[in-house]
Design a protein around this ligand. Sequence first.
Ligand code: NAD
Length: 353
Amino acid sequence: MRLLVLAGDGIGPEITAATLVVLNAAVRRFRLDLDIEEDVVGHQSLKQFGTTVRADILDRARAADGLILGPAATFDFKDAEKGEINPSMYFRKNLDLFANIRPSRTYPGLPAKLGQFDLVIARENTEGFYADRNMAQGNAEMLVTEDVAISLRRITRNASARIARVAFELTSARKKHITVVHKANVLKLGDGMFIEECRKVAREFPDVAVDEIIVDAMMAHLVRNPARFDVIVTTNMFGDIISDMTAEASGSLGLGGSLNQGADHAMAQASHGSAPDIAGKNLANPFSLILSAALLLGWMGRKRAAPGFVEAAAGIERGIVQAIAAGEITRDIGGRLGTKETGEALAARIGGA
Ligand code: NAD
């Protein structure tokens, strides 16, 4: 199989390098038939090629079995006409990666700020309030006058139903409990439709318990008792916000693994951004991107009937649990190792497992 790796901006190159060290150890340990290719996006690409994402990279991404995208400095990219395209948006939209899966759990050896928990957020990934990608053409944000801006949110039955199905399938192999998070008290039509589609899919899964919770109350419930949740399904922006909180509650934003998946393609991407405040200092926690890469290997293994990839994914996740317990970790979660050393220690652990 073939994997395309794009390092991105800020801490992207550091955490991607650590991820590749771990992936190469997994390739050897689990005898994976995997070719890894690298290319550039973000600021480096803008400097070299006049655009943050070259069109031919999309062809390479389509031809590959999986994609790893490091965080990009998306806030810097304001004008697509000048080649400043948000790489994250670009691949999610063009590869139709409609489901963003963000697991979050506590780990033995780390303080559990809100108590122990193990949950997964299934976030709709193609529409909602993301105005830069929710239209077939153009942008759903408009400057009406210099003092008036309008941002439109799109919700469709199809996108709601397909993320609901992914969420119900996920929980079927877990604790069989779904929480639908919405704001239908205010967004009566859009989130009303989202809930309706979740309820329709729920009828196909009679053994799954379903709760519906309004997003503001949800934040309180998560802080009070995150252990009560299993799979949370929600619209695009709510999922983005909630998942940063659950990652931090598990120990650090640097533990937030994330997979963007569609029918034919999948892209591993950390939950967090390019963290310019710690970039270039060998401080970033690489586990978020490594966990995301493990999720991708698992997806590739199931999709292409390659059990070795599924084993490798489990092996990497196991290795991370052991590394955390052994204190082979970065400073954000109480360790002393740098990004590079953390990747090397995990690779050694996986290689010798
Ligand atoms: P951020 O997620 O980059 O950082 C928030 C805080 O978490 C910072 O203090 C940072 O140091 C810390 N942090 C993040 N990742 C960490 C890691 N792996 N290890 C240790 N600490 C970590 O959010 P931000 O600062 O608001 O955004 C920076 C840039 O990233 C912006 O340009 C933003 O638009 C972009 N962004 C990109 C993506 C993406 O590419 N998917 C996602 C979110 C934000």
